[in-house]
Design a protein around this ligand. Structure first.
Ligand SMILES: [Fe+2]
Ligand SMILES: [Fe+2]
Length: 352
């Protein structure tokens, strides 16, 4: 993957720095200060901020073909990321409404949070009404995270001990296909992308997605790459697992209605089954267990879960409002997804 085009002064500063300076020469010399941050709207709708954050975080995953790997721990870039994270966290704190949280109540409180109703019904829309182009757009948005599915939460493994570590490893082992590369959830998602006629290489749609899609991914990276937010990382994973089975059943139904065969739906079907187990492990063994070890992190667990649910709702609202207004939700040339839909017909004939 190459660095995506910048979207404002923050991401422009980062792109210029990462591609024009020598990281060895810059290691202990401050690079020019990052441009000032402009407050005013929630950070998850700030394209420039989210893209700059996404690029900073990506240096710790697979990086960019056109960026020297030595930038990963460059003090100036880490300092720049810290400045962005302050603003990011200030926005996210609007989701935190938990006072003191008794550690023994964490699993039940997670259940309460994840069973709340009344949010935008994206999965119902995709199951019943979305046309092929909208479903394809939805898959492209999700590819930003799903092609590295489970990687952010794996940063939690070396930071845990005992039964809580074992619980996280148990979940992650399934996410990575239990030793079978073709069963890795990221690989299953690639099959869905190919059915949709989308390009399935890592990061392909990053330049086309809006801030809120990057924010969903950046939330995980914020919690994953800052050990201080370990509780939030576990709460985030629990929220994902505990809200997975119903929506994935509906995504699968939508894909089937639009002609997807078994292989293209396998990603969704796998989550209906696996996450019925994962949600129990995540709520009780992982989050309940960690809260028992670290009662001071109980509120962070719920904060992570609340942020996850709230940003998922923000993305759903964005998609439904675009489609309701007849607008595309991706910044792509108007014929790009039409061309991919045509390509997809050749990839996999639909099976009943
Ligand atoms: Fe998964
Ligand atoms: Fe899972």
């Amino acid at each position: 993957m190459k660095l995506p085009p910048s979207r404002g002064c923050l991401s422009a500063w980062l792109v210029t720095t990462l591609t024009s300076a020598d990281p060895a020469a810059q290691c202990y010399v401050p690079v020019p200060p990052a441009p000032g941050l402009v407050p005013g709207r929630p950070a998850w709708h700030d394209d420039d901020l989210q893209l700059a954050l996404w690029c900073c975080y990506e240096l710790h995953y697979r990086g960019f073909d056109d960026v020297d790997e030595r930038w990963e721990w460059n003090p100036a870039v880490i300092g720049f990321r810290g400045t962005l994270e302050q603003r990011w966290l200030a926005s996210l704190r609007s989701f935190a409404s938990h006072g003191a949280v008794p550690s023994a109540a964490v699993a039940d409180m997670l259940t309460g949070l994840t069973r709340r109703t009344g949010g935008p019904d994206l999965s119902g829309y995709l199951a019943r009404e979305a046309d092929r182009g909208q479903f394809t757009e939805y898959v492209a948005h999700r590819s930003v995270y799903q092609l590295k599915e489970a990687d952010p939460h794996s940063f939690g493994i070396p930071r845990l001990t005992g039964p809580v570590k074992a619980a996280l490893v148990e979940i992650q082992a399934d996410e990575y296909g239990s030793g079978m590369p073709e069963r890795m959830h990221s690989e299953l998602f690639r099959s869905t992308m190919r059915w949709a006629g989308l390009e399935d290489e890592y990061g392909h749609y990053v330049p086309a997605v809006p801030a809120v899609t990057l924010a969903v991914s950046n939330l995980m990276s914020l919690f994953a790459l800052n050990r201080r937010w370990l509780g939030a990382l576990l709460g985030h994973l629990a929220a994902l697992e505990m809200t997975s089975t119903g929506p994935n059943r509906r995504y699968s139904a939508g894909a089937r209605r639009l002609g997807a065969g078994e292989a293209a739906r396998q990603y969704f079907d796998e989550h209906v089954e696996a996450d019925a187990v994962h949600e129990q492990i995540a709520a009780h063994d992982l989050c309940g267990g960690y809260a028992a070890q670290r009662p001071d992190a109980a509120a962070d667990i719920l904060f992570g879960a609340s942020c996850c649910l709230a940003l998922d709702d923000e993305l759903a609202r964005y998609l439904l409002s675009c489609w309701g207004a007849g607008r595309p939700s991706l910044a792509l040339p108007s014929d790009a997804l039409t061309a991919s839909a045509a390509r997809s017909a050749e990839v996999e004939p639909a099976r009943a």
